[in-house]
Design a protein around this ligand. Sequence first.
Ligand code: SF4
Length: 565
Amino acid sequence: MALERDRLDVDILFVGAGPGNLASVIRLADLCQERGGEPPAILVVEKAAEIGGHQLSGAVMNPIAVAELIPDYRENGFPFDSEVTQEGAYFLTPKRAIKFPITPPQFMNHGNLICSLSDVVKWMAEQAEARGIEIYPGFPAAKLLFDGDRVVGVQIQDRGIDKDGSEKGNFEPGPEIYAKCVVLGEGPRGSCTKQLLDAQPQLRGANPQIYATGIKEIWKIKPENHVPGRVIHTMGWPHDAETFGGSWIYDMKDHMLSIGFATGLESPSPYNDPHDKMQRFKLHPFVRALLDGGELVRYGAKTIPEGGLFSQPRLYTDGALLVGDSAGFCNGERLKGIHMAMKGGMLAAETIVDALAKDDFSADGLKGIEDRYRESWAYAEHRNSRNFHQAWKWVQKMPRWLGWARQAPFFLNTGLAMITGGRGLQKMITAEEDYKHMRKLSELTPAQLANKEKVEYDNKYTFDKVTAVDFAGSRHETDQPHHLVVADTDVCTDRCTEEYGNPCEHFCPAEVYEMVDHPDKPGKKKLMIHHENCVHCKTCDIADPYARITWTTPEGGDGPDYTRM
Ligand code: SF4
């Protein structure tokens, strides 16, 4: 029997309280006030227990969008640590850090702001609430509701179901929230966005979205090692020649350091382990010297949508708009998405105002967002990087004996793109889903097979995943169904162990997946899921070689605590 659920009706529903949606509600409230008349009923729902609790980014923010949104943002107390005053880019070998004589344009950050996205989002929520917007934290949108092809709302995750699926004493069915327009800004690989793109594959971009997983830590360091306004990026070690990615090191205030390492998920290695790369990176003499005598304060992980323009989905459909990381508003080349997300949100708000005036939230009524986007600086920025990350596929096709010279086509394309307005070597470089790049164990070289060793953890500079999760503050009700849904766990036992060596044990940065001795099949392993460790990065939903893992929303408020991240 179908559950009876409470029903709530609003005009515009925003799913996710990230920088895209919050910029959108602020802009929408301002435009509605200028227009006068009865304001629409606007609601924002957010899965984190507190606003900003699930927000993680480097972050160096280009202030172009916030300056458009709230011109006196600095006088209004916009939270940032410092302006960027010096930057450097390095290529790392195992022992040396070789500084680029000139900082590549992608890494130029003068005038940008070092900040915490979690703090920025809290501030944006205050700005929105001051405009009368209601924001409900602890409300994860579990299911997108359709009427035929039209998006009409979301169903919030139920609360109080035990691990076997039975109702507990505190059971509360999640309400259904209906709206004329639903704006999906759920972050990378949003679960409602995924449902929408599965239901309406015609909305998908020309390329699938491709991702890197960024591991971020905040360290309290010695005052003599701290340089306010400093921004460092590195390439090279500990990545091998065929793995995409690199690092950031940003000096925050109060002698804090944001240090992070991004690892491309199109790695051919089933042992690709973003957490391990990060721990190794900290042991490089160049990095280790900065951390000397310091202590770990926070840990977290997030996937970064790096596919750029060609991976963006269509931004509108009947009854819905897409913004932020969910819509690929991220410049992977510059490792920046906050300003793009905000701009996408503002364009959505302007589109909604038109739709309100005509009372038309059909795809026709919302398609104006595409024209607005094409005329914006965000589109021009995306166009200038449109063939960036996907050119990495050529590196993986070059003969291994070339070593680091294998990266030549990627850098040739990047350099050429700078003088051809983003074109590079081809009009459009195609991409395929990250997991399709993973090679079977039988296809690995002996050196690749041996490359599954993890760094030794000293609990001073390097930490195992379970210890690291403590620094993410991740908490989940244990007696609930796993929110990591694996379609067929027999595949883990019978095929994956043999074919790929169970890569989930490697790519998950929170040790959620563990293969344990199978109780019924001697000599075989069985998947155990420690869902309570999950830091909501979505890597597993993207990197599983059989694409059987679906990240779903746990009970409202569960997940990491990304304060200051
Ligand atoms: Fe990330 Fe998936 Fe691991 Fe959760 S289970 S931390 S979403 S990889």
